[in-house]
Design a protein around this ligand. Sequence first.
Ligand code: ADP
Length: 483
Amino acid sequence: MSLLPKLVGEQKALLLLSSIVDSSDDAIISKDLDGTITSWNKSAERLFGYTEAEAVGRPITMLIPEDRLQEEPQIISRLVKGERVDHFETVRRRKDGTLIQISLTISPVHDDEGNVIGASKIARDTTMVKRGERANRLLSAIVDSSDDAIISKSLDGIITSWNKSAERLFGYTEAEAIGKSITMLIPEDRLDEEPEIIRRLRRGERVDHFETIRKKKDGSLLDISLTISPVKDANGTVIGASKIARDITERKKTDAEIRRINRDLEQFAFSASHDLQEPLRNVKIYSELLTRRYQHKLDGEALEYLGYLQTGASRMQNLVRDLLAYTRVTTVPQSMEKVDANEVLSAALDGLASLIAETGAEVTSENLPAVPMFDAHLQQLFQNLIGNALKYRRKGVVPTVHIACSRQHNCCEFSVRDNGIGIRSKYREAIFEIFKRLHNDDEYSGTGIGLAICQRIVEQYGGRIWVESELGRGSTFRFTIRC
Ligand code: ADP
């Protein structure tokens, strides 16, 4: 009577054990000392592709690739000595012939007398782990060979990783940086940036191309551009941040230098053209006086030379006037009052009245919007574009000019359309360059500055200007202004 409950208890325990073995994620196999498989669980089936019926009774060597067959006797010899083989990383072959990387733990199985009669094997597929490790190694090689400093930190600002470029850029070694607060890189007057960055990261936002100043180990300051992204755990919770820091000291220096050179050049162009006005006026006035007063005393040749002098002086005056206009287009404020483009257009047309009358042109326009611009700038745009439309007219054709404007999503696109000579497509960009002309002065007079002025104005307002044209049919100049 007393034996029965014990047996039932042992059976239960065995059942429990076998269900544990079957539900394990690891392949659990046993074999005898000849290497014949004696048991095979569900995960072994999944891992190697053989069913229990196909595997039990067969030699374990069916799982071993040929070049690894020598592993088996070595394992058996350790098992016979009662030793366990722990986390043995190797390769095995599946039923379909594919190779998998596995980690084996093999323990001897003893009989009641303590003799080793076989072995139990736990095999775990490490293919993905290996792949992951390889990907990690690759990633860390990429991170280390990057020219940018790549740093990660926890949300309380403690540095958790530091690549080679971070070492080069900031002067701290990996050992010196990891575990320290990121604030060691931040100059005192910029410490308030960090809490704001952390706030944005916590919201899951990325901070892009944030230009700031950071401090090196030797105390010197660096201009850098930071891109900081939140790092999330598997549940999507922000647990830290990765930072990419790029040294922009050189770029900042170059930018400042370019700005300085530009300012100097503009100043030079302004003073030169301004100061040239006075002597030029004298050349013009006195050559005119000479012609008027001494006409009867001068021979034909002298008069011809005087004529050249006057035309030259007039052309130079135009050049100086246009250059001055070009240098006067300087930065405009961010926010501006709006001007009614219809009123500005009619002022521009007043300025062109004699040319319009002289050419018999038909100028039409649609209702135009109000735009945030200085009226002098918009007027100059209209004057240059309509002036050109009239100047580059076709012989024998009544010039027509049409001015319109269409609203795009955040800007107004103006157009000035003519029926003039048109522009070859290869010149459609070059004509906006300063001094670029497609004709000589005998054909059409000009300085080659008008369109450069237009472009400079439009760009000051964050817009762009371009032309669409058909040679011999006409051109449409378009420009956009944010409105
Ligand atoms: P300019 O008229 O003083 O030569 P611009 O800068 O105003 O200088 O124009 C540059 C060149 O672009 C002109 O020389 C001309 O060849 C061409 N161009 C400008 N507007 C037109 C137009 N409406 N039709 C045909 N060609 C044009």
